[in-house]
Structure formats: structure tokens, C-alpha cells
Design a protein around this ligand. Structure first.
Ligand code: ADP
Ligand code: MG
Length: 683
């Protein structure tokens, strides 16, 4: 008897070679196989009479093969054709198969088949090239909704769907259900067996929806349990409370008064630090809301209590920027800082490592280098990570492991609506800096159609003549490649602008395929004002700071997510010049227009995120993978706030009844697995 851990070789038609190919898709066992969900579906349910077929339409035809198939060689080539005519009561269908010589013998005159393919119609003649064929009534390939799987070399759709069908048959009765019966009943969720079958081979749209709802609920439920357990374990830890939380000299040393939101957040942090449990707090604040000062306050407090603090940034540039910004302030308070990055020469690095180990460096700022094996801290009491979406949970815990359960402060500039943050960051406490320092100018934003380009270019010209600089953002053409090629779009657009529109200005471009050195060189020149117009894709999204740039033009703006547009727009409005953002879009659909209108109306990242959530649902936030959570397979496509809340409540309810999941071993095991696949977050 097979079980879920049985290897895929068990499946008929899967030999050693195919098993190897399947392994590339992460499929080794029957369990992997049936959990390999389709990325899309093709609806092959439309059945037509031959005469009714329209040109270009994909449909099924049930017809009788009229004459024995004939094969032909294509003149001057080795290709072989098989031609056959099929008839139903309405007319004849002329079918051609290329390079499928076996069709000659597999189709019999006088037998009925179902053909599925794209019809060509000219006059009264109806044709199909390389249609799928099966005996009428077989309904394996035709007459139904069929799954479309992500593939790899050596694995075809047909192989996969046949293998999955067998896998489902083998596993049907032994699929354990991680959802307790009472929860399944209360939330009206279908059985696992049904869900797995329908997600692969849906009987119809409603059945598919029922299956998705169940599987999405399951994922969110397991996620919520995992996060709650993480939090629970953490709350059992204790640590020496920070005795001194008076940092009034820090306030006094600041060149500006803090905003109310900054003060409130610092208050929450200091309370954590004095609380006797390791802090695990997320600070969310829009770009420019002043998160660095909040981090500085926490670090000062750590040092005042005789401990070291580390600040980890996602890039060298950001680490250096933090170091330059914070060192003068901290030194004024008698606190010594050190910078540690991967790019440092060995000798300098050794010197810094010695300082870190002796405790001479009280605050250490750096990149991933902060968690390399050879870095030893004398007494790490606080870890701050900046722009946390770039760090997974695993990296966060690697850094924490450097001290005796240090306090952890995570900072993020990606606004996530509070309702969602409480769920996504279930294991963290959340503070929100929902206020910008005074005096920030608003970026004037407008939405235009492509017809307005001439006027937009004229406006760019004026602004640049007055001393400004501009970004032009092209959207990336979606391709199947893992790394989309943005080079072509960007370079072509840049040379068009240079040659045809702005011959008197300097236009340059950056794209994802450039070497970091080349990119840096262009950015440095832009920063120095030697380049007037910078054309790029979203590579400028984070970390770039050119205060003199005051104009951003975004092409095909409707193709970007709202939060992404917001991040992009944040590249301007950093200096004293009035700044502008022009969104170009020819998409007249109501939804696209509504989304862009939000950008025009508000500059508040949280409001924009709320609207994004309202318009597109929470799946998008899960899909972005910026949060270091385990990947969700179904929930990122089909979940809504209501389902999310239901799953959340169900998880809380279960943990209340059975805190250690002793009576629910299957649930416990699945939670463990979910988090393991993301790098051991459960420890
Ligand atoms: P972010 O939240 O994006 O990390 P920063 O911490 O880099 O923002 O702060 C952006 C700018 O605002 C910095 O130049 C910082 O010195 C300044 N700033 C921070 N807090 C205040 C404040 N309360 N009043 C005025 N300027 C502030
Ligand atoms: Mg910052």
C-alpha cells in the first residue's frame, strides 16, 4: 500500500528519468505530487458543431473520422503530416497533425472522437492544426476544465495531469486533515480529499472556488497557529530588564523636536526594554517618517545599560548612510560606533572585529556581515534591522542568536494596513509612525494619458532648465524568465529621449542587468547633477537619495501596484524644490483609473496601502514575499480579509482549547513543516 511518502516512481509512466525531472519541480513523493497545484486552468468545456466554429475560437468538436488518415511528407523538409477529415451532422473538419506520425494509426475511420483545438475558418471550410484528440466520451483532455501546471524540461502537461490523477487515487483515503473536524464544520469547509481533487480537476467554477477557499483557509490557519506559537514561546523567555530608560540627553542632543508619533513609538520601545522579556517589535513608518531616530533612541538606551547594539541594513549604501548620519550624534553622547560591511579590506575588518569583541564598539552598524560566523559580540543587547522586508525570519533569528536573546527591533518602510500587519506579523508587536516631520512638501501628482506626452516633455524641459532633475520609470514587460530583461525597454527609451526629445540635455539609464559598479557610476553622476534625466525600471525603488531630483514620470503606471508607485514616488520630494509625479496610463478601465486617482489624492502610504487592500485583496501582500513568511500556495491567489479573519479566529480558538496541540498532532506537524520550509523559524 502506498502512503504519502511513497516516491513518485510508484506512478505508472514515471520511470527513473521522469522522476529526476519531477524532482526539479520539487516533487519527490506522492504528497509533493498532489500538492503541486496548477498555476492556471484551461476551460475546454465549450462544445460546438463544426459549422458553428468561428475563426480563432478554441472549442471541442465531437465528430466521426470520415476517411482513413493519410500521411504526407512536406516537400523539401523532413517534417511529416497526417491529414484527416472528420464530420458531424453540420459539416466537415479538416485536421492536420504536424510531426505526430502515430496519428495515422491511432485514428480509425468510422469512429467518433472529440477534437479540441483552435479553429480556423475561411468561407465554409473549417480546419484545426494539431488538436488534442481522444475517444468521444473519454473526457480526460477535452470537455472539461484542465489544469495548467508550471513545467520543466522532460515534463509535459499530460504527464503531470495523469500522474496527479493517479496520485490522488492512491492517496484519497489516507489524506490526513490538518483542520479539526469542528472547525471544518463551523466554517463550512470541504474535505481535504475533495479540495485536492477539485483544485487539480475542477468540475466547474463553483467547485474550484470551494476547493480554493478550503486550501487558502488551511494555509492561513496554519500560518496563524505558527505565528501565535512563536509569540507564545517568546513570551516565556525572560531577560534582565534594562534598568535605566532615561535618555533625556539624547533628546537634548537632537537638532529638532521629535514628532508625536516618534515619541509614542520610542515610549513603546522603552517599555519593552524595561519589561523583562525580549522585545520583538516592528516599527512601520512611511519613507521619511524618521525611523532612524527611533532606532537611535533604542540603541542609546541599550548602551546606557551597558550593552551593545547592532543596526543591520540591507545594502552597503544604506549601512554607510546610517553610519554617517548616526556617528556624530552618538559620539556627542560619548557612544562609540563602528561600521562593518562585507566590502571592507581584511585588515580594517579585523580591527573592527576586535573592537566588537572587546566591547570598545558600543554600536555596530553594518550589512549581513554583522551575522557572519566570525563576528563575536561582547554583550549584544539590542538588534535593529532596517527595511526588514529584505530579511527573512531566518536571518533575523541568526542575528538574535549572537547574543543572549537580545531585544529585537524591526523597521519597515512598507506600509501595511494595521489589520493585516497584526496578522502577517503575528509574532511581533507593532508600532506605527503615522506622521511625517513638519514642513515636508507635498508631491504634486497628476495622471495623464499617453496623448499628453508632448506637454509632459515640455514641462520636464522647463523644470530641468530651472535646475531640477527627472526620473522616467518604464514598466517591466512581463516575461516568463525569472529575471525579466529590462535592458531593452530602458535603453531604447533612453536613446529615443536623448536623440529625439532632449538632444540638449543629458539622458542616461540604469537597469537590472548592469553590474553594480556601472549602476553606481550612473547614480553618482545623477546625484552630482551631471545627468538630467535618468531612465530606469523599478531598480531605483529603494535606497536612492538625490534631493535635487524633483520630477518623476511613470510610464504605464497602471501596471504597478499602488504601494510600489508610492515607493517610487518617494524618490522625489526630498529637497526644497517643489516636486511632481506624473503617472502616464492609457488604461481606461474603471479599476485602473480608480487606483491611480488614489495616488493623485493622497501621499499617505498607509491610506494607499488600505486602498490597495480594499481594491486588490490581501493576496497581493502575501504574494510580494517581502515579509519573510513562508510561501503560501493558494492564499496569495485567493484570499480575502473575511477569510483571513476567520482563519485567525479559528487558530486562536484552537490554541485556547489545546495550547500545545497535543490532541491535534497532524495540525502540529503541518505547522512545523510550513515553517521549516522557510528556514527554521520555529526555534
Ligand atoms: P526613514 O523613516 O525613511 O528612515 P529617516 O530616519 O531617514 O526616515 O528621516 C528622514 C529625514 O528626516 C532625516 O533627514 C532626519 O534627520 C529627518 N527627521 C527625522 N525626524 C525628524 C523630526 N522629528 N523633525 C525634523 N526632521 C526629522
Ligand atoms: Mg530609513
Amino acid at each position: 500500500m502506498p502512503d504519502l511518502t511513497t516516491g513518485v516512481r510508484y506512478i505508472k509512466g514515471v520511470g527513473e528519468q521522469k522522476a529526476k525531472s519531477l524532482e526539479k519541480l520539487g516533487i519527490q513523493t506522492l504528497r509533493d505530487l498532489i500538492a503541486y497545484f496548477p498555476r492556471a486552468y484551461e476551460d475546454r468545456r465549450t462544445v460546438k458543431k463544426i459549422r458553428e466554429l468561428e475563426d480563432g475560437e478554441s472549442a471541442c468538436v465531437e465528430a466521426m473520422v470520415a476517411d482513413p488518415p493519410v500521411s504526407q511528407r512536406v516537400r523539401g523538409s523532413r517534417a511529416e503530416l497526417v491529414k484527416v477529415r472528420a464530420v458531424d451532422g453540420s459539416g466537415s473538419l479538416y485536421v492536420t497533425f504536424f510531426n505526430q506520425p502515430y496519428m495515422k494509426n491511432s485514428l480509425q475511420a468510422g469512429e467518433a472522437y472529440t477534437f479540441f483545438g483552435k479553429a480556423e475558418a475561411s468561407g465554409r471550410r473549417r480546419m484545426m492544426v494539431n488538436p488534442l484528440v481522444e475517444r468521444e466520451g473519454a473526457r480526460a483532455l477535452t470537455g472539461r476544465i484542465v489544469p495548467v501546471y508550471p513545467l520543466t524540461a522532460g515534463v509535459s502537461q499530460l504527464l503531470l495531469s495523469r500522474a496527479v490523477a493517479q496520485g490522488l487515487d492512491a492517496c484519497a483515503d489516507i489524506l490526513p486533515d490538518p483542520l479539526p473536524e469542528e472547525i471544518r464544520r463551523e466554517h463550512q469547509l470541504c474535505s481535504t480529499d475533495y479540495a485536492y481533487r477539485q483544485i487539480h480537476f475542477p468540475g466547474g467554477d463553483e467547485e474550484l472556488e470551494v476547493a480554493r477557499r478550503r486550501l487558502a483557509f488551511e494555509e492561513l490557519f496554519l500560518l496563524a497557529i505558527g505565528l501565535k506559537k512563536l509569540r507564545g514561546r517568546r513570551e516565556e523567555f525572560t531577560c534582565q530588564p534594562f534598568a535605566c530608560t532615561d535618555i533625556s540627553d539624547f533628546y537634548a542632543a537632537l537638532p529638532f523636536p521629535l514628532t508625536d508619533a516618534q515619541r509614542r513609538t520610542i515610549g513603546e520601545i522603552l517599555a519593552d526594554l524595561a519589561g523583562g522579556r525580549p522585545m520583538n517589535r516592528l516599527v512601520q513608518g512611511d519613507v521619511g517618517s524618521g525611523k532612524t531616530m527611533v532606532a537611535a533612541a533604542a540603541m542609546v538606551c541599550a548602551v546606557r545599560n551597558g550593552r551593545q547594539a547592532a543596526l543591520m541594513a540591507p545594502t552597503e549604501i544604506l549601512a554607510e548612510q546610517h553610519c554617517r548620519g548616526l556617528t556624530p550624534l552618538l559620539e556627542k553622547l560619548g557612544i562609540s560606533c563602528a561600521l562593518l560591511t562585507g566590502a571592507m579590506p581584511a585588515k580594517a575588518r579585523r580591527a573592527v572585529l576586535a573592537e566588537v569583541e572587546s566591547g570598545g564598539a558600543q554600536v555596530v552598524i553594518g550589512t549581513h556581515a554583522l551575522i557572519s560566523a566570525d563576528v563575536r559580540y561582547r554583550d549584544l543587547g539590542l538588534v535593529v534591522t532596517d527595511e526588514q522586508h529584505r530579511f527573512g525570519v531566518a536571518q533575523r533569528s541568526a542575528l538574535s542568536a549572537k547574543g543572549e536573546r537580545p531585544h529585537l527591533l524591526v523597521m519597515s518602510a512598507t506600509p501595511i494596513p494595521r489589520t493585516l500587519a497584526l496578522i502577517i506579523y503575528g509574532d511581533l508587536d507593532v508600532s506605527i509612525i503615522d506622521q511625517l516631520p513638519p514642513g515636508r512638501q507635498r508631491i504634486r501628482t497628476a495622471c495623464r494619458s499617453g496623448e499628453g506626452r508632448t506637454r509632459i516633455y515640455r514641462f520636464m524641459d522647463q523644470e530641468i532648465a530651472a535646475g531640477g532633475q527627472a526620473y522616467v520609470i518604464c514598466s517591466m514587460v512581463e516575461e516568463n524568465d525569472a529575471v525579466p530583461d529590462d535592458r531593452k525597454a530602458v535603453t531604447a527609451y533612453a536613446s529615443m529621449l536623448q536623440e529625439q526629445i532632449f538632444p540638449h540635455l543629458r539622458v542616461a539609464c540604469v537597469h537590472g542587468r548592469m553590474k553594480p559598479k556601472e549602476k553606481d557610476a550612473v547614480m553618482t553622476a545623477f546625484s552630482a547633477g551631471e545627468i538630467h534625466i535618468l531612465v530606469s525600471t523599478t531598480v531605483v525603488e529603494v535606497g536612492v537619495d538625490v534631493p535635487n531630483a524633483n520630477l518623476m514620470v511613470i510610464e504605464d503606471a497602471d501596471r504597478f501596484g499602488l504601494s510600489q508607485l508610492h515607493q517610487l514616488r518617494g524618490r522625489v520630494g526630498r529637497g526644497s524644490r517643489q516636486s511632481y509625479c506624473i503617472l502616464i496610463s492609457d488604461n481606461r478601465s474603471e479599476e485602473a483609473q480608480a487606483r491611480l486617482k488614489i495616488m493623485v489624492q493622497t501621499g499617505d502610504g498607509f491610506q494607499i496601502a488600505e486602498e490597495d487592500l480594499r481594491l486588490r485583496g490581501p493576496g497581493d501582500f502575501f504574494g510580494r514575499r517581502q515579509h519573510g513568511l513562508p510561501a503560501l500556495k493558494v492564499a496569495d491567489l485567493s484570499c480575502n480579509m473575511a477569510l483571513l479573519k476567520e482563519a485567525q479566529q479559528a487558530a486562536a480558538g484552537l490554541l485556547e482549547r489545546d495550547p500545545d496541540l497535543e490532541a491535534h498532532p497532524i495540525t502540529a506537524q503541518r505547522v512545523e513543516e510550513l515553517f521549516q520550509s522557510s528556514g527554521g523559524a520555529m526555534n
